[in-house]
Ligand binder design. Structure first.
Ligand code: ADP
Ligand code: MG
Length: 339
C-alpha cells in the first residue's frame, strides 16, 4: 500500500483552527479589540450589523501596519508579539498565538485598511476564504480598520448554529463590556444597526463601571485594595444589599485580561459569608496584577482560563482583602470611608 499522509493546505488548516477561536460574532469582536489594544490604540470604535452576522467593523487609532505586515498578518502563526518560546512566560500583550486574523479570514469576507505613522499612504487588502482578492493603496489616518462580513459564509453548519440576533447581540455586548472594563483609560464605542449602544470616554475604573452599568451603580461599590508580593488587588465589590438573584456583574481581570475562575469566585463568595440573602450572588469588579511568569494563559485558545502557580495563597489574600473592605464598610458607614 502507498503512503497516504499529507499536509493539509493552509486554507483548510485555517478553517479548522477557526473552529476553535471563532464560535460566534462576539469571538471576532474580542480578537479584534485585543489587537487594537496591543497596537496601543486610544480610541476604538465597534460597528456591527445584524448582531455581527453580516458586519463587524473595528476601527482604531493604533500603530497600524506596513504593507508587508498587513499581508503577513493573515498568515497562520504570524505574530509581532512573541519571538521565542521563553516569551510565553512573560506575556505583556493580549495576543501571541498569531491565529486570529488567519482564522477569521478563512471563514468570512475581510477587508483590512491600515496605515502607520511613517507611511504616506495606507494599505487596503481584501481577503475571502484565505485568498487575497485585492490589494491597493488607500488614503487614511494612522490606525487600522478591519471589516468582517458574512461570518461563516462558507460553513453553513456554523452559520445555522448561530442564535437569534438578540442572543448574539447579548454575547457581543458581554465581550465588549469585558474589554472596556479591563481598559478604562481607552475610549470605546459600540454601534448596532445604526444605534449607538455605548459611548465610553477614557476614565478610571469606578467611572467606567458606572458608565456601563448606570448611574446608580456608583453608590453600590465598595473599594477593595491589597498589595502583597504575590498579587496586587484593586477594584470593587457590590454592597451586600445590592446582591442579585442572578450572576450578573462578576468580573475578574488578571493583568488587564478578563478571566473566568470558579475557584477565585469561591473566594469572593466566602468573603461575603453571612452577608448575602440566600441564593443571592455578589457583584464584583476585581483587578489582579501578578507576575506574568506566575501564570499560564496558554491553556485554551480563547484565553479566558488561566493557571496560577500559587492558587491557594491567591485565594486567601483575595478573601481576606474583601472581608476587610466589607468590614470597614459595615462598621463605619457614617464616616464616609469609601469616598
Ligand atoms: P496575534 O494577536 O496573536 O499576534 P493576530 O492574528 O490577531 O495574532 O494578529 C497578527 C498580527 O497582526 C499581530 O501580531 C499584529 O502585529 C498585527 N495586527 C493585527 N491587528 C492589528 C491592529 N489593529 N493594529 C496593528 N497591528 C495589528
Ligand atoms: Mg490577536
Amino acid at each position: 500500500m502507498s503512503d497516504i499522509i499529507q499536509l493539509l493546505p493552509d486554507h483548510v488548516a485555517n478553517q479548522i483552527a477557526a473552529g476553535e477561536v471563532v464560535q460566534r460574532p462576539a469571538s471576532v469582536i474580542k480578537e479584534l479589540l485585543e489587537n487594537s489594544i496591543d497596537a496601543n490604540a486610544r480610541h476604538i470604535q465597534v460597528v456591527i450589523k445584524d448582531a455581527g452576522k453580516t458586519l463587524i467593523q473595528v476601527i482604531d487609532d493604533g500603530t497600524g501596519m506596513s504593507l508587508t505586515d498587513a499581508r503577513m498578518s493573515f498568515e497562520r502563526h504570524a505574530t509581532s508579539k512573541i519571538k521565542i518560546a521563553d516569551d510565553l512566560f512573560s506575556l505583556k500583550t493580549k495576543g501571541f498565538r498569531g491565529e486570529a486574523l488567519a482564522s477569521i479570514a478563512a471563514i468570512a469576507h475581510v477587508e483590512l485598511k491600515t496605515k502607520t505613522e511613517v507611511d504616506e499612504v495606507g494599505t487596503c487588502i481584501k481577503i475571502e476564504g484565505s485568498e487575497v482578492t485585492s490589494q491597493e493603496a488607500c488614503v487614511m489616518p494612522k490606525g487600522t480598520c478591519i471589516s468582517v462580513k458574512n461570518l461563516f459564509y462558507n460553513i453553513p453548519a456554523r452559520r445555522n448554529f448561530l442564535k437569534s440576533d438578540n442572543v448574539e447581540t447579548r454575547h457581543v455586548i458581554d465581550e465588549f463590556q469585558r474589554v472596556a472594563l479591563a481598559h478604562p483609560g481607552i475610549s470605546f464605542s459600540l454601534t448596532h444597526n445604526g444605534n449607538e449602544l455605548f459611548q465610553l470616554p477614557p476614565t478610571n475604573i469606578r467611572q467606567r463601571i458606572t458608565n456601563i452599568f448606570g448611574g446608580k451603580t456608583n453608590e453600590k461599590l465598595v473599594p477593595v485594595e491589597e498589595a502583597t508580593g504575590i498579587v496586587k488587588i484593586k477594584g470593587f465589590v457590590g454592597k451586600p444589599e445590592y446582591s442579585k438573584k442572578s450572576r450578573g456583574e462578576q468580573f475578574f481581570f488578571v493583568n488587564d485580561r478578563f478571566i473566568k475562575s470558579p475557584y477565585l469566585n469561591h473566594a469572593v463568595v466566602a468573603a461575603f459569608e453571612g452577608l448575602l440573602k440566600e441564593r443571592n450572588y455578589p457583584s464584583y469588579f476585581l483587578y489582579l496584577e501578578v507576575d506574568p511568569k506566575s501564570i499560564d494563559i496558554n491553556i485554551h485558545p480563547t484565553k479566558t482560563e488561566i493557571k496560577f502557580d500559587d492558587e491557594h495563597s491567591l485565594y486567601a489574600i483575595l478573601k481576606s482583602a474583601i472581608k476587610h473592605s466589607l468590614g470597614q464598610f459595615n462598621v463605619a458607614p457614617l464616616l464616609d470611608f469609601e469616598r
